[in-house]
Ligand binder design. Structure first.
Ligand code: AMP
Length: 114
């Protein structure tokens, strides 16, 4: 599990600010925030990309989305709204090959994204 930066965070080998944890995932603050609030929902299971998800992951991905909603509410983002992002592989802008759901809020988001 310790082969990516998120594996190392999950293993406690490098520090991160954990704002939430349960049996299936953690939520940390992004080290290079792209919005006033930028959180990452990271599953404990090290799945490399969204393209690797299978039917067996439906419950996990649904859980991560609900966790994102809960932490967004706790961070005060629920009234104005926020953005959830899954980057997938190089063309999608994914840098860390361990899936994670970005929670971005606290500013007006633009569309189309960059
Ligand atoms: P992605 O480009 O979708 O793979 O997103 C990876 C995210 O992980 C980026 O937003 C990085 O800023 C963030 N990141 C990388 N290293 C760390 C770290 N040690 N602690 C918190 N966030 C990190």
């Amino acid at each position: 599990m310790a082969e990516t930066v998120f594996g190392k965070i999950l293993a406690g080998e490098i520090p991160a600010e954990r704002v939430y944890e349960d049996a299936f995932c953690i939520v940390i603050r992004d080290i290079a925030p792209q919005a006033p609030t930028h959180l990452l929902v990271i599953p404990k299971e090290p799945i490399a990309t969204v393209a690797d998800l299978g039917d067996e992951h439906k419950e996990l991905v649904g859980h991560m989305t609900v966790v994102a909603s809960r932490v967004a509410e706790k961070e005060g983002l629920a009234d104005d709204g926020y953005r959830l992002v899954w980057n997938c592989k190089d063309a999608g802008g994914q840098e860390v090959p361990h899936i994670h759901l970005h929670v971005l809020g606290g500013r007006q988001m633009k569309w189309p994204p960059g």
